[in-house]
Design a protein around this ligand. Structure first.
Ligand SMILES: Cc1ncc(COP(=O)(O)O)c(C=O)c1O
Length: 398
């Protein structure tokens, strides 16, 4: 069969990624997996058993387009009590992970050539979705308090002068991926103000809001600050309860509901997964989050200690207050993209900085994740990684 004339003429743009990213390695510091040491397998098994006994018959039908009503109620309660956002249940839709909600929102917004604004470095999954759709991704300067909102406003004004109206401000406002910081309260207010003033919606991704380890409590979500329907929101239970459960959600402003209905709210996740997640969270949410936080703390501390021990002071590391990512800056001239092959060969993988930028710059940056391995493995794996960079000559000036 010759498929060349049959397949769509709208193939996605090619997005280059380093080959080693897909390799199997002993040490995986490249994915924000659910912490396997706190995976609540027994609790989820029990939640499934109860769900089958009480609402198992529901699986004979297709789920409602926006997903399990009980879980959506739970999400609305959680957003109210933990994120300061009063969101009616009918604006929430369940999705196949946060990634599913993001893909559906971008489907509704992004045409080739559209401009979007993101942090200095941004989550590679969403970046890939923008790039495959041929969007023009503009990175906005970002510091320890998150996206610099003065620079954001200046960028929007500059684009306007050139007749360009961005489609959205995409931000990972909590324990940012990959840079680790949280957008400050002051900047949240400013970003909402800018969004309303220039008519550019904010797409707020709070995938890591359940992963506070220490430090200050999180400022409220922008979807709660905004009063003009300017914020679209997404988060997920993937990182908390199992990436394989594929359970996330999106929240859209009232004015977008008709549009999202036309897109059928994307592909709904498994209703069985939604029943299980709902049952589990209803009974165990607080204790589970505490256990995860404690486990991640020991893993984060083990990784920071190992980095301090094995890497020279010329390498700088963030000290995240939550989430599962450490962001590093290695000496100028280091090429983390090129070194990945040698790292994979040695049995360890990470994410090179350029995968978080549309222009693939930032070669001396590196992202390490600490959720997957136990502290002993983390110590060993970081030792292996340091040897790789040592051999690559990264530390020669240290
Ligand atoms: C910021 C952010 N958003 C979305 C996702 C996608 O997660 P999932 O679709 O598994 O919920 C990730 C995964 O790493 C992420 O870091």
């Amino acid at each position: 069969m010759d498929y060349s004339k049959l397949i769509t003429r709208n193939m996605p743009a090619t997005v280059t990624t380093p080959e080693g990213a897909a390799a199997d390695t002993d040490y995986v510091f490249s994915v924000t997996y659910t912490d396997p040491d706190t995976m609540p397998t027994a609790g989820i098994a029990e939640a499934v058993r109860i769900a089958m006994a009480t609402e198992g018959q529901d699986l004979s039908r297709y789920p409602p387009p926006q997903g399990h009503p009980g879980l959506r109620e739970y999400i609305a309660d959680n957003l109210r009590s933990n994120r300061g956002a009063n969101v009616p249940v009918d604006r929430i839709f369940l999705s196949a992970g946060a990634g599913g909600a993001i893909d559906t929102i971008l489907e509704a917004f992004i045409d080739a050539g559209d401009t979007v604004l993101v942090e200095d470095f941004s989550y590679l999954g969403t970046l890939g979705m923008f790039m495959r759709r041929r969007a023009n991704v503009v990175h906005v300067p970002t510091d320890d308090n998150g996206m610099d909102t003065d620079a954001l406003e200046a960028t929007i004004r500059d684009l306007a002068r050139r007749g360009i109206q961005p489609k959205m401000i995409y931000t990972i406002s909590v324990y940012q991926n990959p840079m680790g910081m949280t957008l400050s309260a002051e900047r949240r207010n400013h970003m909402v103000e800018i969004s309303q003033k220039y008519g550019v919606p904010i797409f707020e991704n709070e995938s890591y809001a359940d992963f506070r380890i220490d430090g200050d409590p999180l400022p409220p979500a922008m979807t709660g600050i905004d009063d003009q329907g300017s914020v679209i929101y997404t988060s997920a239970y993937t990182k908390l309860l199992g990436c394989g459960l594929r359970l996330g959600y999106g929240v859209v402003p009232e004015a977008l509901l008709e549009t999202m209905r036309a897109f059928r709210f994307g592909t709904s996740p498994s209703h069985l997964a939604a029943q299980a997640v709902y049952g589990f969270l209803r009974d165990h949410s607080d204790s589970h989050m505490e256990a995860v936080s404690e486990s991640l703390k020991s893993k984060r501390d083990a990784m920071l200690a190992a980095l301090g021990e094995h890497f020279p002071p010329s390498c700088e590391w963030t000290s995240p207050k939550g989430g599962m990512i450490i962001w590093g800056r290695l000496p100028e001239g280091t090429d983390t993209w090129a070194t990945l092959d040698a790292a994979v060969e040695a049995g360890v993988k990470y994410n090179p900085g350029p995968v978080f930028r549309a222009d693939r710059t930032g070669r001396n940056y590196i992202r390490l994740t600490y959720s997957y391995h136990n502290p002993d493995e983390i110590r060993d794996g970081i030792g292996v990684l340091a040897n790789v960079f040592e051999r690559a000559g990264t530390f020669s000036d240290a």
